[in-house]
Design a protein around this ligand. Structure first.
Ligand SMILES: CC(=O)SCCNC(=O)CCNC(=O)[C@H](O)C(C)(C)COP(=O)(O)OP(=O)(O)OC[C@H]1O[C@@H](n2cnc3c(N)ncnc32)[C@H](O)[C@@H]1OP(=O)(O)O
Ligand SMILES: O=CC(=O)O
Ligand SMILES: [Mg+2]
Length: 724
C-alpha cells in the first residue's frame, strides 16, 4: 500500500514527497511548502482541461468509427472523407503564414546537424553513457559492428584481428579524405601530422609536405604543436579529433601514430520518461526524477562492472584544446540533454488530487523535471547542460493544436510557479499522432515561441494510423507499411511545414528511430536518407549508432539541403489521409503462410517486450523477431504490433484461435530466449501469468484502448505485479 502525505489539497506518495523535499529542491532557491502549494493549484486547475481533451479524442474516434461502420463494404470516397474530417473538427482550417519565434535556442539544436540519441532515463548506467555520447570512437564503432563486413578474413574476434583493423583504418582515412581533404595527396599516405604556423602540416610518404585544402577546417590541437596528441577538425559544423599515441597498440602500427578518430556524435540526447520506460508509481518516478537530478547536478555516478574489472562512470568534462591563436578553448564534452515528459493520456498514483483522482502524469512531469533542471539553470553543477538558460522538453503523443496549446499552458504555469522567465521551457513537438500531422502548421503555431523541434515519431504514428482507421478495413502487412503513400507524404510534410514556419536555423527538424540496433551496416546504407531529406537530426538507439550516423552529416550539408527544399511543392494532406488498407484482391492474395508469419512475428515481438515490462520493469528491450534479428521494442512498437493484430482480427484476416495458438507457441520461444535470466518467470506451459494476460489483452482489447495506446494495460498489469 502506498503511504501518502497530505499537503494542501493533494496527497503525495511519501517516497516522492521526501525525494522532492530532501534531494531535489535544496539548492534551487524554491521553498518546499510553496512548491507543493503551487503544484496543488496547477494540478487541480489543469486536470479538468486535461480530461476534457482526452474526452474529445474519444469523441472524434467514435465519430470516425461510426463513419467507417456506416460505409462498410463501400468503396472509399477520399473527398467525402476529408470533408467529414473537417466537419467533425479533426482537420482544422490552416491559418495565415507565420514564422516560429523561439529565442535562446541551444546551438546544438538550432545551428548544428547531427544525431539525437534516446535513452531510458530509469537506467542510470545507460543515461550516463548517453550523456557522454557527445564524443565517440570511430575505430571502436567500425571495428565492433557490422558497419564493416567480416568478409575476406575481417572477422571480429576473438582478440584483435589485424585484417579487420586495417579495414577500419582504411575506412577512417577515406572519411578524412572526404571530410578534410588535403591540398594534395591522400590521408592514407600520411606519415606525420603537425601544426606549423597555425596550420595543419601533413607529411606524405614520398616526403612532401601538404596541408588542408580548406585551412578553416582546423580548429585546434592538444599537446605539442610539432607532435600533437590531438588535432581538432570540423566539417559541416561537426567536429572530430585525430588522436595520436605511437605507444598504443593501434598507434604503434600506424605510420603517423594515429590511434583513433574521436567523432562528435550525439549532439543531443533525449532522457526519456516515456516510450522506453516502465514507470508506474511514486517509487518508479523517484528513480526517473532521481537520475534527472543527478544529470542536472552533474553528480550522477554508477559502478560499472565488465568481466573482472569495474569502474565508476560519471559525466565527462568539457574537452580542452589549444587554439590557433595559442589560447586554450573548450568544447562541450557532453550531449545537450532534452527531457521527454509523458503525454496527456496517463495518470499516476504518485499524487492524488483533491477529488481523489490520480494526477495527470504530464502535469507532474512538467513541474518536477523543470524544477530539477533549475540546478542547471542556476549553475549548481560542475557541468552546464543548457548554455541559453533553457529547459528543453520533448512533449510526445499530442493530438492536434489544442493539445499543443495545452502543453504550452502547462509550461507557462510551471514557469510562473517556479519564478522562471516566460519561454524558459522549450518544447519539442513529437509529430507522432495523425491529428497532429494533418494540422502540423497549427500545432507549431500553438507553441511558436517555444518550439525547438518537430520530429516524425513514425512508430507511434503508425500505431495511430492503425487505430484511427481500425474499422475502415484490413491494413497492409507491417513489412510493407513503409512503402505506403501516407508515410512518405507524412515525412515530407513534416519537413515542408518545418521549413514553412521558419524552423531552419531555429529548431530541429527531426526524423525517427533506427530500431535495429545490431544492424549498423544497414543503418549506414539507409539512414543517410534522413539528412538528405532535410532533417538536421534523427534518432539513434545507442552511442555507437550515434558515432556511425554522425558520418552521414559529414556527407550531407543539411542546411544547404533545407535551403533547396524551401521551394519544392508542399507535400499533400490528401496523400497523408490515404489509409493503407489491403483491397479485396490484396487480401485474397495473402497466402496462409504469409498470414501465419505476420501473426507469429507480431506475437513474438509483443510477448518478448511485454514480459520484461510487466515482470521486470524494463521499458525498452532488444527482442529477436522470428528471423532472429534483434529489434528495439518500446511502447510505440508494441502499439503497432498489438493494433495490427487487433485490426486483422477485426477484419477476419486471422482468427482468434490462430492468435491464441500463436501466442502460446511464441511464449515458449520467448521463454527460451530468456533462459539465462535467473529472475525470469516463464509464461509456458501454464499461460496464466500476469505478463501473458497483459499481452493477450493488448490484442483482444485493442479496439477499446485509447488511441490504441499500450500504457493503460501495461501500467495496470505492472502495478498488479508489484502488488503481489
Ligand atoms: C519510438 C520511440 O520512442 S524510440 C525511443 C525509445 N527508445 C530508446 O530510447 C532506445 C534506447 N536504446 C536502448 O534502450 C538499448 O540500446 C536497447 C534496449 C535497444 C538495446 O540494449 P542492450 O541489448 O542492452 O544493448 P547492447 O547490449 O547492444 O549494448 C549495451 C551497451 O550499450 C550502451 N547503450 C545501449 N543503448 C544505449 C543508449 N540508448 N544510451 C546510452 N547507452 C546505451 C549501454 O550503456 C551498454 O554499454 P555499457 O556496458 O558500457 O554500459
Ligand atoms: O517516439 C517515437 C516514435 O516513433 O513513436
Ligand atoms: Mg513515440
Amino acid at each position: 500500500m502506498t503511504e501518502y502525505v497530505q499537503t494542501g489539497g493533494i496527497k503525495v506518495a511519501k517516497e516522492l514527497y521526501d525525494f522532492i523535499n530532501d534531494q531535489a529542491i535544496p539548492g534551487t532557491g524554491i521553498e518546499a511548502q510553496d512548491f507543493w502549494a503551487k503544484f496543488d493549484k496547477i494540478a487541480n486547475e489543469l486536470a479538468p482541461k486535461n480530461r476534457a481533451l482526452l474526452a474529445k479524442r474519444d469523441d472524434l474516434q467514435a465519430k470516425i468509427d461510426a463513419y467507417h461502420t456506416e460505409r462498410a463494404g463501400q468503396p472509399h470516397n477520399a473527398a467525402e472523407y476529408k470533408t467529414f474530417l473537417q466537419e467533425i473538427g479533426y482537420l482544422v482550417p490552416e491559418g495565415e503564414a507565420f514564422a516560429a519565434t523561439t529565442v535562446n535556442v541551444e546551438p546544438e539544436i538550432a545551428k548544428m546537424a547531427g544525431p539525437q540519441l534516446v535513452v531510458p532515463i530509469m537506467n542510470a548506467r545507460f543515461a550516463l553513457n548517453a550523456s557522454n555520447a557527445r564524443w565517440g570512437s570511430l575505430y571502436d564503432a567500425l571495428y565492433g559492428t557490422k558497419a564493416i563486413s567480416e568478409e575476406d578474413g575481417a572477422t571480429k574476434g576473438p582478440g584483435y584481428n589485424q585484417v579487420r583493423g586495417d579495414k577500419v583504418i582504411a575506412y577512417a582515412r577515406d572519411f578524412l579524405n572526404d571530410a578534410a581533404p588535403l591540398a594534395t595527396g591522400n590521408h592514407a599516405d600520411s606519415t606525420q601530422y603537425a601544426i606549423v604556423d597555425g596550420a595543419l602540416q601533413v607529411t606524405l610518404k614520398d616526403g612532401t609536405a601538404t596541408g588542408l585544402k580548406d585551412a578553416n577546417k582546423l580548429l585546434g590541437f592538444v599537446g605539442d604543436a610539432a607532435a600533437p596528441t590531438g588535432i581538432l577538425l570540423q566539417n559541416n559544423g561537426l567536429r572530430f579529433e585525430l588522436q595520436f599515441d605511437a605507444t598504443s597498440p593501434i598507434g604503434s602500427s600506424d605510420a603517423t601514430g594515429m590511434k583513433d578518430i574521436l567523432m562528435e556524435s550525439a549532439l543531443t540526447t533525449i532522457m526519456d520518461c516515456e516510450d522506453s520506460v516502465a514507470c508506474v508509481d511514486g517509487e518508479d518516478k523517484v528513480v526517473a526524477y532521481g537520475n534527472w537530478l543527478g544529470l542536472m547536478k552533474g553528480d550522477l555516478a554508477v559502478e560499472v562492472k565488465k568481466g573482472a574489472s569495474s569502474f565508476t562512470r560519471k559525466m565527462n568534462p568539457d574537452r580542452e584544446y589549444t587554439g590557433l591563436d595559442g589560447e586554450t578553448f573548450s568544447v562541450k564534452g557532453r550531449s545537450m540533454l532534452f527531457i521527454r515528459n509523458v503525454g496527456h493520456l496517463m495518470t499516476n498514483p504518485a499524487i492524488l488530487l483533491a477529488d481523489g483522482a490520480e494526477v495527470p502524469e504530464g502535469i507532474m512531469d512538467a513541474m518536477m523535471t523543470v524544477m530539477i533542471a533549475m540546478h542547471d539553470l542556476k549553475g549548481n553543477a560542475p557541468f552546464q547542460n543548457s548554455t541559453t538558460g533553457s529547459v528543453n522538453i520533448v512533449k510526445p503523443k499530442m493530438h492536434g493544436p489544442e493539445e499543443v496549446a495545452f502543453a504550452n499552458d502547462i509550461f507557462a504555469a510551471v514557469e510562473d510557479a517556479l519564478g522562471l522567465p516566460r519561454f524558459t521551457v522549450k518544447m519539442g513537438i513529437m509529430d507522432e499522432e495523425r491529428r497532429t500531422t494533418v494540422n502540423l502548421k497549427e500545432c507549431i503555431r500553438a507553441a511558436k515561441d517555444r518550439v525547438v523541434f518537430i520530429n516524425t515519431g513514425f512508430l507511434d504514428r503508425t500505431g495511430d494510423e492503425l487505430h484511427t482507421s481500425m474499422l475502415a478495413g484490413p491494413f497492409v502487412p507491417k513489412s510493407v507499411m513503409k512503402q505506403q503513400t501516407w508515410i512518405g507524404a507524412y515525412e515530407d510534410w513534416n519537413v515542408d511545414t518545418g521549413l514553412e514556419t521558419d524552423l531552419s536555423g531555429r529548431a530541429q527538424i527531426g526524423k525517427g528511430m533506427w530500431p535495429i540496433p545490431d544492424e549498423m551496416g544497414q543503418m549506414m546504407e539507409q539512414k543517410i536518407a534522413h539528412p538528405k531529406s532535410g532533417a538536421n537530426t534523427a534518432w539513434v538507439p545507442s552511442p555507437t549508432a550515434a558515432t556511425l550516423h554522425a558520418m552521414h552529416y559529414h556527407q550531407v550539408d543539411v542546411f544547404a539541403v533545407q535551403e533547396g527544399l524551401k521551394t519544392r511543392k508542399h507535400a499533400s494532406v490528401d496523400d497523408i489521409l490515404t489509409i493503407p488498407l489491403m483491397d479485396d484482391a490484396a487480401k485474397a492474395a495473402l497466402t496462409a503462410e504469409q498470414i501465419q508469419t505476420e501473426v507469429d512475428n507480431n506475437c513474438q515481438g509483443l510477448l518478448g517486450y511485454v514480459v520484461r515490462w510487466v515482470d521486470a520493469g524494463i521499458g525498452c528491450s532488444k527482442v529477436p523477431d522470428i528471423n532472429n534479428v534483434g529489434l528495439m521494442e518500446d511502447r510505440a512498437t508494441l502499439r503497432i504490433s498489438s493494433q495490427h493484430l487487433t485490426n486483422w482480427l477485426e477484419h477476419g484476416v486471422c482468427s482468434e484461435e490462430q492468435v491464441k495458438e500463436s501466442l502460446k507457441r511464441m511464449a515458449a520461444i520467448v521463454d527460451g530466449q530468456n533462459a539465462n535470466d535467473p529472475t525470469y518467470i516463464a509464461m509456458a506451459p501454464s499461460f496464466d501469468g500476469i505478463a501473458f494476460q497483459a499481452a493477450s489483452d493488448l490484442i483482444f482489447k485493442g479496439k477499446t484502448q485509447p488511441s490504441g495506446y499500450t500504457e493503460p494495460l501495461l501500467h495496470a498489469y505492472r502495478l498488479k505485479y508489484k502488488a503481489q
